[in-house]
Design a protein around this ligand. Structure first.
Ligand SMILES: O=C(O)CCC(=O)C(=O)O
Length: 295
């Protein structure tokens, strides 16, 4: 069993991108399947992304769009709202925020589970933030040669109601051939064991991809690719405001529900390598009017 103390933590303010630091990042990523990089974003940047999130929630018409986000990806998957969020900024509600008829039973400000999936292209605050050189340097250090910004989300984990995210591998949902997905998960406020920080199966990215979530006609299906069980997520990835957690596309990770009285906003940006094949049956398909782009 590897102890917590041995987990490498990097400090973004001390990383030299054109130096051996890049090789050290790549080696830790290869070994663990994740990286923890403190101070990747400033407090001011995180505050501005949090404020923008609250504005988006405020502008959201929760009566017209009563779509609950399901971590298993099944119940909402067939909905046009979910598919169209690939090229939109859409709010998804917490299961506990609506009654059986889908009516909101919690204050809207506390009812949104997540916002996605094209903030990085469409939002005037999230888009410039997402295209900064520091992200480009980071994925280049991790040997992604033709990065494409595929998907972005704010995950709110609101106090008392923020739902769990089951253990999964991101390549299940954002598949390429060969696999290339990298997740960049930024803590916009402290993420602790109390308010539902992420947990990972350290080194679990070396196992196979267990599932693929894909279109089949008008349906979305989860196809099993391997009988191997996902490794247990026993490593907590606690993060201060501004800490970036980098996730290998095959790394099993999860987060528990938030039963505390503090929110846990995070911004997650997922990239793929444009040199890889992007299947036409992946859930996330962009219209010709909004093609994917890099930095
Ligand atoms: O923020 C969370 O709790 C889960 C996020 C996640 O699974 C991801 O970004 O891939």
């Amino acid at each position: 069993m590897i102890s917590q103390e041995q987990i490498a933590r990097f400090d973004a303010t001390k990383i030299g991108w054109q130096t051996d630091d890049s090789a050290r990042l790549a080696a830790a990523f290869e070994q663990d399947g994740f990286l923890l990089i403190d101070n990747f974003a400033t407090d001011a940047e995180c505050a501005s992304l949090r404020d923008r999130t609250d504005q988006l929630i405020d502008n959201f018409d929760a009566e017209a769009n009563q779509v609950v986000f399901s971590a298993s990806g099944q119940s909402h998957a067939a909905s046009d709202y979910f598919m169209e969020s690939a090229a939109d900024i859409s709010c998804f509600l917490e299961a506990g925020a609506v009654d059986e008829s889908g009516r909101l039973i919690k204050p809207k400000a506390r009812a949104v589970n997540k916002i996605g999936h094209a903030l990085h292209d469409l939002d005037p605050v999230f888009a410039p933030f997402s295209r900064q050189e520091k992200f480009k340097h980071l994925v280049s250090a991790l040997k992604m040669h033709s990065p494409l910004l595929l998907q972005s989300m704010v995950i709110c984990k609101q106090p008392f109601i923020g739902g769990e995210v089951n253990s999964h591998q991101d390549s299940t949902f954002l598949y390429t051939s060969p696999e290339s997905c990298i997740g960049l998960w930024l803590a916009l406020e402290p993420a602790t064991k109390d308010n539902g920080c992420m947990w990972a199966a350290r080194g679990g990215h070396k196992a196979s991809l267990k599932h693929r979530f894909h279109r089949q006609g008008d349906e979305m299906v989860m196809t099993s690719l391997s009988d191997e069980a996902l490794a247990d997520c026993t490593t907590p990835l606690e993060a201060d405001t501004g800490t970036l957690v980098v996730l290998h596309g095959r790394l099993p990770h999860l987060s528990h529900e938030n039963t505390s009285d503090t929110s846990r906003y995070a911004y997650a940006l997922h990239l793929i390598d444009g040199a890889c094949d992007y299947p036409a049956d992946n859930w996330l398909q962009r219209p010709a009017s909004l093609p994917l782009s890099g930095f």
